[in-house]
Design a protein around this ligand. Sequence first.
Ligand SMILES: Nc1ncnc2c1ncn2[C@@H]1O[C@H](COP(=O)(O)OP(=O)(O)OP(=O)(O)O)[C@@H](O)[C@H]1O
Ligand SMILES: [Mg+2]
Length: 291
Amino acid sequence: MADEYGNVSNAISGGVFFHEVIQGRDITVVLPPKVTPALSGLPAPSPTFTGRDAHIEELLHALSPCEEQQEVRQPSRIAVAGLAGVGKTELVVQVAARALHEPDWFSGGVLFIDLLGYDPERRLSPERALDGFLHALGISGEHIPDGLQNLQRLYRSVLAALAHEGRRILVVVDNASSADQVAPLLPTDGMTAVLITSRHTLDIDARLHDLNVLDTDASIVLLHQALLQTRGPTDTRVQDAPEAAAAIANLCAGLPLALRIATALLAIRRQRVSVRPSPRAQEPVPVPLRQ
Ligand SMILES: Nc1ncnc2c1ncn2[C@@H]1O[C@H](COP(=O)(O)OP(=O)(O)OP(=O)(O)O)[C@@H](O)[C@H]1O
Ligand SMILES: [Mg+2]
């Protein structure tokens, strides 16, 4: 039940009880009246986001609630896979931000978590992730049970209840390194949508969305946009030296992370960039020239 302050409790009839709430036959989840601030915890999308139009379109199409009512049901679980630095997080953040701006798509808001799956020292367990999600959903600590199964059950019940109330939530799970790490966070109500990123192809019954490196044109646009963002409209180095920019784009192999690092180096130097052959390799390397 929710009291006048919006605190939430769960009414349970029948079932099995260990400690507080372990298993109930019928669980009634009374939701907090307002969306809590944690429900808007999506990282800021990059203002220099470039390309990926087809990916954005496809992912938005899959998230569209209208499409779910059509004959061909859209997947509510989508896993974006690709190598490190290819732009998986950026893509899902961009898609989520756009989806949240669509009226009535996700009026419940967004749940975002970085599972840190590729950081062996900080990797989050599903229990910790679920605990964080339940807090973000407005469930107070005293009502959050122990144990993976109980956490999972309450989390899924809350999401389902929100969806049935018309407050559908978008769950974004970043950096999942294994199916075991992410599977307990997957909603099962068929309405709550989830976007997952991973460097691996996970066996989690999700629609797989592969992400590859940018082509040369998009890479050059990224360089240009990122320089303009950092240095302002007077930095026209990419336009002034298109061949050098193309060489840098190719050296970065279309990897957004590498392109952002190259941009940061260019921004620091504030000098013109050209290319000359490397004495140690056959590949050309970028060389700063004095303005
Ligand atoms: N299309 C893009 N346009 C502009 N910048 C981008 C684009 N894609 C990614 N970036 C930027 O490139 C960097 C790396 O992207 P991101 O963090 O999304 O990679 P990732 O695939 O999630 O990597 P990891 O596997 O390490 O988590 C970030 O700074 C991001 O903002
Ligand atoms: Mg990432």
